[in-house]
Design a protein around this ligand. Structure first.
Ligand code: 5HU
Length: 136
């Protein structure tokens, strides 16, 4: 299955360690289209060697191509919010992962009936357990 993983870049990189573990776990039996999100060397500046319109159009193409969107919303990110709204608009299945110790999830996500697979976790073991249960 092709999975679009969404996680914060310019919104802040403090959760990169968790993104990397999620991506590595999911990549064993699936294809993660957005592996760069778990790259430790990618800073809060993002993929600055690329034009913003290139990044946006590439990511929307990947989102459309994916079978499933998995988003970590713990670190608020405009880009992740945009991707989630886009996924809702085109009817893509979405699994949301949210570290309850880190932040309160936006009402725009929690308040949308479309997002009916929101999973709260408190550490990396728990997030991997959730993915194992849901995806395998
Ligand atoms: O360089 C980038 N590359 C990229 O793929 N993105 C996408 C993927 C992430 O799921 C999301 C992160 O958005 P933000 O940078 O606003 O936190 O946007 C975002 C940026 C920078 O905004």
């Amino acid at each position: 299955m092709k999975i679009y993983f969404a996680g914060s870049i310019r919104g802040g990189r403090s959760d990169v360690d968790i993104y990397k573990k999620i991506i590595d776990y999911l990549n064993t039996d699936n294809k993660i289209l957005t592996e760069h999100i778990g790259d430790y060397s990618l800073s809060v500046k993002g993929q600055n060697q690329l034009d913003n319109d290139y990044i946006r159009n590439r990511d929307i193409d990947w989102l459309k191509e994916s079978d499933l969107v998995v988003a970590d919303t713990s670190n608020p990110s405009l880009g992740v919010g945009y991707e989630l709204a886009y996924a809702e608009k085109i009817g893509k299945p979405v699994i949301i992962l949210h570290n309850k110790k880190k932040s309160q999830l936006s009402a725009m996500i929690e308040g949308s009936k479309y997002f009916n697979d929101i999973n709260y976790y408190s550490d990396v073991d728990e997030v991997l357990e959730i993915l194992k249960r849901k995806i395998g």
